[in-house]
Design a protein around this ligand. Structure first.
Ligand SMILES: [Zn+2]
Ligand SMILES: [Zn+2]
Length: 658
């Protein structure tokens, strides 16, 4: 039989040959270094037979940064972890141990709880396994045999996993440890050159809080010690940049058990919030969006109509009123309000595209365990919009949105990547509508030449979507905006417009948020900039520090003049030493500090920049320089031109209010 290599050449092999046989046929060195086989984007264990005409790529230890190579390495490391734990803690039951982004974990039910200090001992045991060396043997077994095997060892979780397993059941054995596993795995433990157990956490069996709580041990592994060291440094940097920590240090916000998952914004945090709000409002206006405000509370009928009651009820907050008997719920999204607004009067094709923007507060009952600082909150403020369009306007409108997103992200120095999510199992609408909607989004992405991946089954219940992701300064990926096409909701609300053919048609609605949740976006920005915000975003742009009592008046005049120019200035008159006040400004990452003493005057100011540069400037110079920096940024924002107004496009007159 023949298989096809990456350079399109063919390799002749005996029938039934495995990936490892293919590697051997190419060269003994390759066979030695081989760790995994990749075929049309799928990974395959080297021990499995190949098929006639199969395209194959053999990954080796040299592919040390390849996600699939790291994945198989870490998956194998997870098995070593399970082996070590079983040896050190007899009576421990093992559950599952998959590789995850940046590492792996394994869930255990320990007879006695263990603490963080146990990790070192377990790691030592794994190191011992690595020094002895382990190789993996794969064997297919029947479900009965697998269940018997694990039942005899009291491994209840494994027995349950066999019951729900799909496809052939296989065992992987290393040393005296056998695990139920689909694979793939390394040939042996040789390539695992560096391993670290990183943390402990609680995790429910199958993620269900009604089940037993297990102990999850997280770890990571690499092909070299250098790679592990680099990774650990990045982790440390991420810890330093953690927005919850910087949020306190920079006095931006705090969270309190009195309102779980809802940040309290401090004055400085609110400055950032308002800068983003102004940006949102300005950019929306330039691109033909109209700002609206719709209620927070709606009756249940509205959510039944929108589909939220059926599909999102478990995340909604319900409210009982005193007077009327109607049960109300806080909106988790703006869509129902915008549907009612559209339906509040007759619409013509001349009104479309009709673009409603609103950044009101939304409430979603995210469960306690999933809350995380600003990144996952119960109290969400999106830069939301709903755009009502005709079928023909879908493509240009989505094009314009993608352009809007790129321009906006550009201002923060980040490039977006798109993810196209297609129909989920639980959904509204016919297959034909989904075909059409998915094609529309994909074509827009192609035409815009935006880098994208497809995530099958990840769409919302009402339509497919494009999620926009950014990579931050630490190389981490974050979801930001979303663009969701929806044929369903306008129909459910009975919305129509009068077409040029004098017939009634249903509009299509596009749900879109670009920064996403402002809370989350600020959390991401804090970490992306490590708290050292660019001048335009910094809550305090300049801090003026008078040296002594006698310098307060002069310093106050300087602060006042800079403030009058529109700059955000603070005067630090505390009875602390000058050194202490300068250090505090550094800790708070204030971009400019002006120290005002005997030698200073309007004509000669001592200016310290964040990062250490020091200079002497006149007040006029300092003010003009800062204003120039800000207007350069503003010019960049202005350059991102709004889409051309299309013919037939009439802006709403704003008299929707009844
Ligand atoms: Zn495995
Ligand atoms: Zn929506």
């Amino acid at each position: 039989m023949k298989v096809v290599l990456p350079d399109s050449s063919e390799l002749e092999l005996p029938d039934g040959a495995t990936g490892l046989d293919a590697a051997r046929a190419i060269g003994p060195r390759l066979a030695e270094q081989a760790i995994l086989l990749r075929s049309n984007g799928h990974v395959q264990d080297l021990r499995l037979p190949l098929e006639e005409g199969q395209q194959i790529q053999i990954l080796t230890t040299r592919d040390k940064d390849d996600p699939d190579a790291l994945y198989v390495l870490r998956h194998s490391a997870a098995h070593l972890l399970a082996e070590a734990v079983r040896r050190l803690y007899p009576g421990t039951k093992i559950a599952i141990g998959p590789p995850v982004e940046n590492g792996f974990y394994y869930d255990f039910e320990f007879p006695e709880p263990i603490g963080e200090d146990a990790l070192e001992r377990i790691e030592e045991e794994i190191r011992h396994e690595l020094s002895e060396g382990r190789s993996w043997e794969r064997r297919e077994v029947s479900a009965d045999e697998a269940k018997r095997f694990f039942a005899e060892q009291g491994e209840d979780y494994k027995v349950e996993l066999v019951d729900t397993a799909e496809g052939p059941i296989s065992f992987y054995t290393q040393g005296d440890f056998t695990d139920l596993c689909r694979g793939p795995h390394l040939q042996d433990s040789g390539p695992i050159k560096a391993l670290k157990l990183t943390s402990l956490a609680g995790a429910y069996w199958r993620g269900d809080e009604h089940n037993t709580q297990l102990t999850r041990i997280y770890g990571t592994a690499f092909f070299s010690q250098d790679d592990l060291d680099t990774y650990l440094e990045q982790l440390e940097e991420a810890r330093r940049r953690d927005h919850r920590r910087l949020g306190v240090q920079l006095d931006l916000f705090h969270l309190s058990e009195h309102s779980p998952g809802s940040p309290f914004w401090h004055p400085r945090g609110m400055v950032i919030w308002n800068v983003l709000e102004d940006l949102r409002r300005r950019e929306n206006a330039r691109r033909g969006y109209s700002e609206v405000k719709t209620p927070l509370l709606y009756d249940i009928e509205t959510y039944i109509t929108s589909g939220h009651y059926e599909n999102y009820e478990e995340n909604m907050f319900f409210v009982e009123g005193h007077e009327d008997e109607k049960r109300l719920a806080l909106k988790p999204m703006n869509c129902p309000g915008h549907m009612l607004l559209f339906g509040s009067r007759l619409r013509s094709y001349r009104d479309l595209p009709l673009r409603y923007a609103e950044s009101s507060t939304l409430h979603r009952d995210e469960r306690g365990g999933t809350l995380h600082g600003l990144l996952r909150v119960k109290h969400i403020t999106q830069d939301d919009a709903h755009v009502f369009v005709t079928e023909e306007q879908i493509q240009p409108e989505i094009d314009a949105m993608i352009e809007f997103a790129s321009d906006l992200y550009d201002l923060f120095g980040v490039k977006p990547r798109a993810e196209l999510s297609t129909r989920p199992e639980k959904r509204l609408g016919t297959d034909e509508q989904w075909d059409h909607a998915e094609a529309a989004l994909e074509q827009a992405l192609r035409r815009h030449e935006m880098e994208y991946v497809v995530s099958p089954g990840e769409g919302t219940f009402y339509g497919p979507k494009i999620d926009l992701h950014m990579t931050d300064a630490l190389g981490r990926s974050w979801q930001m905006g979303t663009i969701q096409l929806d044929y369903q909701m306008p129909m459910r609300f009975g919305l129509t417009y009068m077409g040029s053919d004098n017939e009634e048609h249903h509009p299509v609605v596009i749900h879109r948020a670009l920064l996403g949740s402002l809370e989350r976006f600020i959390g991401i920005l804090v970490e992306h900039f490590g708290g050292a915000f660019p001048l335009w975003l910094a809550p305090v742009q300049i801090r003026v520090v008078p040296v002594g009592e006698g310098h307060r008046e002069g310093a106050a005049t300087v602060a006042q003049e800079l403030r009058a120019a529109g700059l955000r200035v603070e005067l630090d008159e505390r009875d602390e030493t000058v050194g202490k006040r300068i250090r505090d400004a550094e800790v708070e990452k204030v971009p400019y500090v002006v120290v005002y003493g005997d030698r200073e005057s309007r004509e000669s100011l001592a200016v310290r920049e964040r990062g250490g540069a020091q200079s002497t400037k006149t007040l006029d110079q300092l003010r003009d320089e800062l204003l120039a920096t800000l207007s350069a940024w503003q010019a960049g924002a202005d350059r991102s031109s709004p889409p051309e107004q299309r013919s037939g496009e009439v802006q709403p007159t704003g008299d929707e209010v009844q």
